[in-house]
Ligand binder design. Sequence first.
Ligand code: NAD
Length: 485
Amino acid sequence: MDASQSPIPVVVAEGDGIGPEITRATLRILDAAGARIDWKPVVLGQVAYERGVATGVPDDAWNLLRRHRVLLKGPITTPQGGGYKSVNVTLRKSLGLFANVRETKSYGPYVPTHHDNMNLVIVRENEEDLYAGIEHRQTREVTQSLKLITRPGSERIVRFAFAYARAYGRRKVTCMTKDNIMKVTDGLFHRTFDAVAAEYPDIEAEHLIIDIGAARLADTPDRFDVVVTLNLYGDILSDIVSQIAGSVGLGGSANVGDRVAMFEAVHGSAPDIAGQDLANPSGMLLAAVQMLVHVGQADVAQRVANAWLRTLEDGVHTGDLYRAGSSIERVGTQAFADAVIERLGDDPLHLPPVHYRKVDLQVDLPEPPVERKDLRGVDVFLDWREGGRDPEVLGPALAATAKAVGWHLKMITNRGVKVWPEGFAETFCTDHWRCRFHPADGAVTDFDAVLRLLAAVHGAGYEVIKTEQLFDFDGLPGYSLGQGE
Ligand code: NAD
């Protein structure tokens, strides 16, 4: 047997909810198609928690994942609003799976869709953004979640999107952010996009604000090709596009890093239909098809994908796709798998057959520029409930405290809106006050001076709950203005 014929070790986790049944269906199809895989089963998520593994990922699973570097994963339930942290997010971040690639096509008229010509790829940044999960309750009234956007993280995903577009012959990359509001974080992502786009003159590049971008994606998806975006926006967009293509049950996704890759369906564990043989295994199957291409078995991937297309064309549909009139037979999860297995070796008759080849996308990051970093001020956040919450009480007293130690109180905001000086009586104020100070002489300052300011503010009886330093980078402010500043 030559090396290309020897089985490739792939870690497989069936997940929970509909996970076990769609994984079983998928593995049956892959085995029947002649996939040369040495499956390494592991337990992840809910079942692991129930066995007392706090992270949801047992040590033997980490060891196998780091040794074999490829994972096919069923969906995993994550509790909402409390409970354990998401295993999906833990896996993506711990294994450095920075790119989430979700290809979405429509298969009309065989799968009912409003958009017959959809063929697009969402490239979602997979490690950063609000998914850092760094959240705090800071006052009785106010909670916060830190949105972390980094330069290397933005650069890596944007470079990946352009390299992907060029490798797969796609003509356009669209970036979506909300940098009209989040000028520092989303602004970094957008600026990175513009800089990398200039290196790819053969690929059309455009930027859309996420709200109109999402609306256009839902309305005219055929005008998009590759979409690159931040983690949260990408999460939402990929569900929208799978749903409008026909069903969330149809989407497969690849989570790609420099060393490890994880393949999974777009949808979740669907507890409402779990254990009833109702789930569509197609999302998991298409994830497995991407996995086969990744491990160098494009021939098997093609056999599976074409048999699957033929099954859809023949009108053999699970309940989520079944429409009286256009569908021929309504089947359960395992019968759908049987129908695909029966068609292995067949190509679709009307839909274009797929052809796969393995492409290695190498993303190299250039050396970051060396920038001068100067401390120009500090935002001090207070929990303050006295004085009828009147900024005209807080402002002058705090300004006098700061002046005595060489600092100037520039403004106070509440929920980001300037309330002092010259605020509006109409502005609603919570118990969370951001007070912006600069050195009275306008010079560059240092942390010792910040500590003197904090000691004075604390000594005057105010409750300091956090600070943010205000830095300039090469003379440009690294912080946003207050609304109305
Ligand atoms: P979901 O995707 O599980 O279900 C949404 C709807 O789509 C449900 O009506 C469900 O029945 C239907 N559906 C989903 N997959 C289907 C399939 N293969 N065939 C037919 N119908 C299907 O989303 P949810 O209900 O918001 O989430 C349920 C759980 O899954 C949550 O705990 C969530 O955190 C988790 N989740 C996990 C992943 C993952 O493992 N990558 C992704 C998303 C959600």
